[in-house]
Design a protein around this ligand. Structure first.
Ligand SMILES: Cc1cc2nc3c(=O)[nH]c(=O)nc-3n(C[C@H](O)[C@H](O)[C@H](O)COP(=O)(O)OP(=O)(O)OC[C@H]3O[C@@H](n4cnc5c(N)ncnc54)[C@H](O)[C@@H]3O)c2cc1C
Length: 510
């Protein structure tokens, strides 16, 4: 852990409690929290940003995926959603939040989503093409968002784009928040090359320069709510490795409290703080994804290139899937291919000849999240039969793409199917079980739990951006999003947080 150059940064300590006062306190420094905090600070407000995870500079990011899970994921990535199966949920816990370990893909909020929010959720007055569009213009400039360049696409993504073109399907190099990307497949480990333009290297530093305060290793335990008004937060520092409790901290917020602890953190925090709203923790949604490994005769070398440089939205509207290349390090592929002993080693020996492409599903399923009596998080999510059909179709399409550009076989990773599928057995996908337990999917795009909306029966945050029944309490992260998006969410989350913070500052009473 290294302290930043300027401003006040408090990290894990034992001893007397830290007591602070500011105009605003922001809980969580990920996509939503960092965007809200910098907007408030640029408007001249004093801001304290509290983050449960540690501060890490890019040169301190781990080299391996194992190190990333140990140092940057929430509880080693051990959170799961349960229902009729167990699905891993991936989230980061460090200053900068999940964008530090994400693939840096940046996609604008689709117009159909904003229209749906206007019609079904009454949000058109706040989040619309004009407000979100202007915020996204600014974000794109500040985070240097650009298409993945041809020279660094890498062989796996290049091949995927060729396959999409040959089959007449939409395909594009991903837009990403990177500068001078060298294509070294390190996006999911944080990018030690400093290519990724994440908030821990930009906005949170600027926040400190503007006089803001950052608390890292600082887990907020409660929001203080007095007479229907949020007045601050309290919590304890936690050692990033040992997880033992350090000193307490309290922040008095004279103008407002912004919650941005993510779709897995915000609802449980509000529940713990005594908020009792019927829809709190409900309306939890996701875009789970799963991949197929294509096996080629020649070396593909998927470790060359960014983690995810090719994508297709061809089937976003009809089937409800997005296709992407996803290059993973050997240790994650080892977890994905299954098997043991010589069988596993034989598969891993072919690592250089494989390419992984995935289908992410825009699920209909609606789950829930709650804090259990013993303090853990219980997430319930059961993809519907239609969602399973979407995934199965997606895996078949991805396999077809692999065969189009020379794969001799694919490893579908579906229980109940042969371990290897060849071009003449592709139709076996149509008989794969529509059973959640048969697929090895992962949840990384998450929404809801503190949904925004006009109807009190299906929302927690009103269109005036205040939590229902509590003044000065706002939610500005993925948990506030009332629907799925069908595209990667970080751009939408950052833009929503900026628009909300700007609007609330403009509406402040003198
Ligand atoms: C592996 C992976 C790859 C992804 N790739 C992409 C991509 O390429 N493009 C894209 O658009 N999206 C991607 N996503 C999704 C995207 O990163 C998230 O949707 C987004 O970061 C969510 O923003 P957020 O602000 O809601 O939460 P986060 O960014 O997760 O931030 C929440 C922060 O709050 C902190 N926190 C939680 N509880 C507390 C507490 N009690 N006190 C203090 N702090 C707390 C957490 O430690 C965390 O840092 C990916 C996600 C994963 C897991």
């Amino acid at each position: 852990m290294q302290a930043p150059q300027a401003g006040r940064h408090f990290s894990f300590a034992t001893g007397p409690d830290v007591e602070l006062t500011a105009d605003y306190v922001v809980v969580g420094s990920g996509a939503g929290g960092a965007a809200a905090a910098i907007t408030l600070a640029r408007a001249g407000r004093s801001v304290v940003l509290c983050e449960a995870g540690p501060w890490r500079d890019p040169e301190d990011y781990p080299h391996t995926m194992y190190g990333t899970m140990r140092d940057m994921f929430n509880n080693w990535g051990s959170l799961v959603a349960t229902g009729d199966s167990i699905i891993p949920v991936v989230q980061a816990r460090l200053v900068g939040g999940t964008p530090v370990i994400n693939s840096a893909i940046v996609v604008r909020t689709p117009a159909d989503v904003l229209e749906d929010w206007r019609v079904r959720h009454g949000l058109g007055g706040v989040f619309n093409e004009d407000t979100i569009g202007r915020a996204q213009d600014r974000i794109e400039q500040e985070l240097q968002i650009q298409p993945s360049e041809a020279e660094i696409l890498g062989p796996s993504s290049e091949r995927m784009l060729q396959a999409l073109e040959r089959l007449g399907l939409e395909g594009h190099p991903t837009m990403r928040n990177v500068a001078n990307c060298q294509g070294v497949m390190q996006c999911l480990q944080g990018c030690r090359n400093r290519a990724k333009q994440t908030s821990n290297v930009l906005w949170i530093r600027e926040l400190l320069q503007l006089g803001g305060t950052v608390l890292s290793c600082a887990e907020v335990e409660r929001v203080a709510i007095e007479r229907g008004r949020a007045s601050g937060i309290r919590g304890h520092f936690r050692h990033p490795e040992e997880r033992n409790r350090g000193a307490g901290f309290r922040v008095q917020a004279t103008r407002g409290v912004f919650i941005a602890a993510s779709a897995t953190g915000s609802a449980p925090l509000l529940q713990r703080s005594g908020v009792r709203l019927p829809y709190l923790g409900q309306g939890w949604r996701a875009h789970p994804g799963a991949g197929v490994l294509g096996v080629y005769d020649e070396h593909i070398n998927m470790h060359r290139g960014p983690s995810q440089a090719a994508a297709s939205i061809h089937y976003r509207a009809d089937i409800g899937i997005k296709l992407e290349s996803l290059s993973l390090p050997l240790e994650l592929i080892a977890a994905r291919v299954g098997g043991a002993g010589p069988q596993l080693m034989h598969k891993l020996a072919q690592y250089r000849k494989t390419a992984m492409w995935v289908a992410a599903v825009r699920c209909d399923a609606v789950g829930s999240i709650k804090r259990t009596l013993w303090g853990s998080t219980a997430l319930h999510f059961v993809p519907s039969k239609k969602d399973l059909w979407r995934l199965r179709e997606g895996l078949k399409i991805v396999s077809k793409l692999h065969f189009e550009v020379g794969a001799t076989k694919v490893w579908p990773g579906v229980y109940g199917m042969p371990a290897e599928i060849t071009p003449d057995t592709l139709d076996l996908f149509d008989q794969a079980p529509l059973d959640n337990k048969a697929y090895t999917w992962v949840l990384s795009h998450l929404f809801g739990g503190c949904s925004l909306g006009a109807d009190p029966a299906t929302s927690v945050v009103a269109p005036d951006l205040h939590l229902r029944g509590v003044r000065n309490l706002h939610v500005v992260d993925a948990s506030a999003i009332p629907t799925t998006l069908g595209v990667n969410p970080q751009h939408t989350i950052m833009a929503m947080a900026m628009v909300a913070a700007e609007r609330l500052v403009n509406e402040e009473r003198p």
